[in-house]
Design a protein around this ligand. Structure first.
Ligand SMILES: NC(=O)c1ccc[n+]([C@@H]2O[C@H](COP(=O)([O-])OP(=O)(O)OC[C@H]3O[C@@H](n4cnc5c(N)ncnc54)[C@H](OP(=O)(O)O)[C@@H]3O)[C@@H](O)[C@H]2O)c1
Length: 287
């Protein structure tokens, strides 16, 4: 059953993702909220629908309701299934909590669900300073992995501070000639990164591509080496949100917010995000 949340903060969703979703007829519901982007919300339960036992009005919650269907998160209220939310992590304000769900769920579902990450495995995280990347580095470390990140030199200190064991300046060197025997690659870049990432994986490893589907050629090259590869689309996931909350509350996962804008300045936030050069997350506050 649905709960209605009074939104306090909502993270921006980048154009590459939003545009693909807006173009997809599959995600149109015909209900209010269609055409309005925004999924990563943190706020207060206004009403809990009939039979909802998880929450009561006044509870502080966060989540990525409905994704990839549009629930219209850039708004004062969202209504969505109660199980798409979890209690807001203790110690986080709404801005920090709103920055978490989509990027942290992506990192968690990629590493834990798709790759079944084991302690001691080697993980390569591309765009390690970005929204997904900076959380993927920390989730991988929390599960005991050895983590290698790619980022431009100015962001190396930040990525090392997240716990990365090695950081490669992708602008100065080809990561494919510097890394080998990797168990899991998280690739938020795609293009030629897919083939180069495949080359650093051990047989039986996992290549997770976030922005695009893999080509048939790449899929067969991966299959020939028993590498699991492919596009993964994040889903609302209360179990994973609770795991993320635990990581936050035990100090293993810290979300970093780059800039905060009022909802009225959403366009400015998107202009900044669409440079593709931001570090961490951008968040809108809602009155
Ligand atoms: N499939 C899914 O479920 C899913 C979920 C979430 C996100 N995504 C997709 O994943 C992608 C990343 O999202 P995001 O929010 O993490 O992006 P983001 O925060 O905008 O990423 C920006 C970061 O990428 C780095 N970067 C850019 N080009 C790079 C390269 N060639 N090598 C290494 N780092 C590079 C930048 O660092 P420098 O300035 O140092 O270059 C910057 O720190 C987007 O395409 C998004 O749509 C997919």
């Amino acid at each position: 059953m649905a709960a209605t949340i009074k939104v306090s903060a909502v993270a921006i969703t980048l154009a590459s993702c939003s545009t693909a979703i807006e173009k997809s007829s599959l995600v149109r519901t015909g209900r209010p909220g269609d055409g309005i982007v925004g999924w990563d919300v943190s706020g207060v339960v206004e009403t809990a629908g009939l039979g909802v036992t998880l929450f009561r009005p006044g509870d502080e919650v966060y989540g990525m309701p409905g994704f990839p269907r549009m629930v219209g998160g850039y708004a004062q209220y969202v209504a969505a299934p109660a199980r798409h939310f979890a209690p807001k992590p203790a110690g986080l304000d709404h801005v920090q909590a709103a920055a978490l769900p989509l990027a942290a769920l992506t990192a968690w579902q990629a590493l834990v669900d798709m790759a079944a990450l084991q302690e001691g495995q080697r993980v390569l995280v591309h765009a390690a300073a970005g929204g997904v990347g900076h959380l993927a580095v920390q989730v991988a470390k929390a599960y005991g992995a050895y983590v290698i990140g790619t980022a431009s030199a100015g962001k190396h200190e930040f990525v090392r501070g997240l716990g990365a064991d090695e950081v490669i300046d992708y602008t100065a060197a080809d990561f494919a000639s510097m890394v080998s025997d990797v168990d899991v690659v998280i690739d938020p870049i795609a293009g030629d990164y897919q083939e180069r990432s495949l080359s650093v994986l051990r047989n039986g490893g996992t290549l997770i591509t976030l922005p695009a589907r893999e080509t048939e050629a790449l899929a067969s090259a991966a299959a020939a080496r028993s590498i699991r590869s492919g596009f993964m689309l994040v889903e609302p996931d209360r179990r994973a949100l609770l795991a993320i909350t635990e990581l936050v509350e035990t100090g293993k996962l810290k979300v970093h917010v780059d800039a905060v804008f009022p909802l009225a300045d959403a366009a400015k936030a998107h202009e900044l995000g669409e440079t593709g050069r931001t570090t961490r997350k951008l968040v809108l506050t809602v009155d």
